[in-house]
Each structure stands twice: as C-alpha cells, then as structure tokens.
Design a protein around this ligand. Structure first.
Ligand SMILES: [Zn+2]
Length: 422
C-alpha cells in the first residue's frame, strides 16, 4: 500500500515537471503528409502521441481477452485436463469407498490419462487393479519417498487380504517408519506385532502412536492393558509372581472394563493371600462392566462357603449393578442351592425381564420341581429352551466363531483382540 502511494507521488511529480518543462518551451510543429498540413504546438503533439499509445494498448488488451493468445489457449486446456483429472481421481476414490469397483476402475483409467503424474493416480489404479497388478503398482509407489507410505500401506492391506501376516507385518513396519497419516495403521501394526508374539515391539508402537497422536486415548489405553496382561502372564510363567501381579494391576488400571485383567489380578491376589483385595477388585470391575466371568472369579475365591454365605456375597454384587441380568441369574442359582425359593423366583423373573435365555428357563424348571414338585410347570419352562435366544458368549469379530473363555487371540483364526461378549 505504502509502495503504491510512493510510486503514485513520484509519477505525479514527474508529470508536473514535464508539463512545466513543455509549457516553458512553446515551440511549433508542422506536419506535412500527402497534401495534409497540421500546425500544432509541442505540448499538444506530445499529448496526442500519448493518447494514441494508450488507445493502441487498450485495443490490444481487449483483443487478447476476446480471443486469447496461443499460450493462454494451451494453458487453459492443460488446466481443464488437470481439473478433469482430479475430478476423475476423487470420483474414483468415492466409487471405491462405496464399493463400486467397476466405476472406480473406469475413473482410474480416466484420471491416468488426464493427469500426467502417475504417483497421484497410482493409488487409485492399484486399488482397482487385480491383486498381481495392484502389488506391482504399490511396489512402484514405494520407490518414491513421497508415496512410499501409500505403497507400503497398500501392500500391507493386500498381504492381510491373502492371509500373509508375515508380509503384512513387514510392509506395515515400513509404512509406519515412512510416517504419513497413520491412524488406522497404528492399530494394524499393533495387531500384527501382537499376533506374532512381539509384545515389546507392539508396546513400542503404542508409545510412538501416542507421540504421533495416531490413536485415540481410549484405544491406546485398551491396548496398553493388553500388553500389560500379556506381560503378567509371561511373568507368571517365569515364576515372577510380584511382577505378574503388578502387570495385572496395571492392565486393570489402564482399562477398567477389561474383564480378563480383573480376573487375573484377583486370582494372583488370592494366591498371595489377599482375598479381601481380590474381592474389592472384582466388585469394582463388576460395577464398571458386569460380566459373568467376574462372578465365576468371585465364587472361585471361596470354594468351601455355604450356600447361604454365597447368596450373601452375590447379593452385594447385585446391589452394585442392579440392571445386570447375569447378577440376578447368579443370585437366583445361589438362592436355589440355599433353598430360598422366594428369593430365587424374584431374581429369576428379574433376569428373564432383562435378558431371557435357555439357562434361566432351566433354572425356572428346577425351581418348579424343587419348590412345588410341579412337573408340568417344569416341562412348560423346558419346552421354551429350544427357541430361547442364545446365551451370550465370547465371539470372534473376525471369524464369527464362539469360544469358551476370553483370550487375547481368537483360538480359531488367531485374530488379536477380536473376542467380544455377545
Ligand atoms: Zn476368529
């Protein structure tokens, strides 16, 4: 702004000086041309020449904007091609995202043709090509530092799809080292490292993910809990009980909803003679996430107790989390064993309201038989068993198979952290 004002001031001063200079020299000019004769003064001639130059300049600019110069014509065409190319590229990515592979492939070819830069279109082309060609294209992407991340990430996904975990781990490591937007990659790399039993490497990945902010806080803590749980098991195998307990408690602290951590910590505490602390941990865990495994762990703490003592202990749990069906079911079973019929019926009814299942119908049949010797009422309950909704179980998200107890790896497909209670 200041520069423009200064330029204007200088130009104005020069113009005034020139005008004064011309006015001081009022000479005359005579132009003769083909029988024409023009008599004029120098200032008028100078003004006329300036006006003519300005007119020519204006006409040239007008002509250029109307018809465009040859350079501009080609530049415009290139810009249009680039724009169309980017459009094809982004449309192709969108088609890929919604799973329209045919459309994505057509758009990839179009983007390839329009955009001269194959490092841009390589990713889309690789994702739409058949696996062998895709591997080729991804490999080419790994050669340039700018696209190495995308190439290795693509090769990781390809290897995962073909079940080659070793190759996937190798490429995931490279992609991780290349940096880039690593949000999904951190979880993939962690799962591959953990699956290969490389828990220390997996723990280092979590530290790096935290540094790069490549994983959300809750996801990070949950995985830290898995690492600690694994370290606890390792310490226990090696006979280091203090370490085993410390790591189990660390796992529990990192993820209070991880049932396996509370169960493990309680078992180790119990073995160390700290039954009260074990009970406290199981109760806290039950309050955070009421899981039947916690009740089983609690009962295991006192295998010799009387049925009445058992009822008392489970009552405390039910009070901590009154909407958990598993609590009412366990309390009803304990009450049946203690022959407290009224209490058994109350909690069976409550549990059926919350979540009906074959186990509850069998307990209700038992109640009808033991309290009232009513065989027909018992049979009525039992007839509902085959059509009852299935009991919840640890089920693998990856392969869909159920399994008896929680483990960090699915026993069927070896997927890491894939078991959910459903
Ligand atoms: Zn599985």
């Amino acid at each position: 702004m200041i520069r423009r004002v200064l330029t204007f001031a200088v130009l104005a001063a020069l113009l005034v000086a020139a005008t004064v200079w011309l006015a001081d020299r009022p000479g005359t000019v005579t132009i003769r041309w083909e029988g024409w004769r023009v008599d004029t003064t120098v200032p008028v001639l100078v003004l006329a020449v300036l006006a003519l130059l300005a007119a020519i300049h204006l006409m040239l600019r007008l002509g250029a904007s109307l018809f465009g110069g040859p350079g501009r014509f080609f530049a415009g065409r290139r810009a249009r091609r680039t724009r169309d190319g980017y459009r094809a590229l982004s449309d192709g990515m969108a088609a890929l995202a919604v799973g329209d592979a045919r459309q994505a492939r057509a758009l990839a070819r179009r983007a390839d043709r329009l955009l001269a830069d194959s490092s841009l279109t390589g990713l889309l082309s690789a994702q739409t090509a058949d696996p062998a060609e895709a591997r080729d294209r991804y490999a080419r992407l790994t050669e340039r530092p700018e696209t190495a991340f995308l190439g290795h990430k693509g090769l990781t996904d390809l290897a995962l799809r073909t079940g080659d975990d070793a190759a996937a781990l190798e490429h995931a490591r490279h992609a991780w080292a290349a940096g880039g937007p690593a949000e999904g990659l951190a979880a993939t790399l962690f799962a591959l490292q953990a699956g290969a039993g490389l828990w220390d490497e997996a723990a280092a990945t979590l530290d790096e993910a935290r540094r790069r902010r490549a994983m959300s806080g809750a996801d990070l803590l949950h995985r830290r809990a898995l690492v600690a749980l694994e370290r606890s098991a390792r310490a226990e195998r090696d006979g280091r009980s203090a370490d085993a307990l410390e790591q189990a408690l660390a796992a529990r602290k990192a993820d209070p909803t991880l049932t396996a951590a509370a169960v493990r910590a309680a078992a180790l505490l119990h073995r160390a003679g700290k039954a009260r602390k074990a009970t406290a941990i199981l109760s806290d865990a039950w309050e955070a996430a009421p899981h039947p495994d916690l009740i089983a762990a609690l009962l295991a703490l006192a295998p010799m107790e009387t049925p009445l003592e058992r009822v008392k202990r489970i009552e405390k749990l039910v009070r901590l989390n009154p909407d958990a069906a598993a609590g009412h079911a366990a309390l009803a079973e304990a009450a049946l064993a203690a022959r407290l019929w009224g209490q058994a019926r109350t909690h069976l009814d409550r549990a059926v309201d919350l979540r009906p299942g074959p186990g509850l119908f069998i307990l209700l049949a038992r109640l009808e038989r033991e309290e009232r010797q009513d065989e027909s009422a018992a049979q009525a309950w039992l007839s509902r068993v085959p059509t009852a909704p299935a009991e919840p179980a640890w089920t693998c998200r990856a392969c869909g198979k159920p399994t008896d107890s929680w483990a960090v790896q699915c026993p069927s497909c070896r997927a890491v952290d894939s078991l959910t209670w459903a």
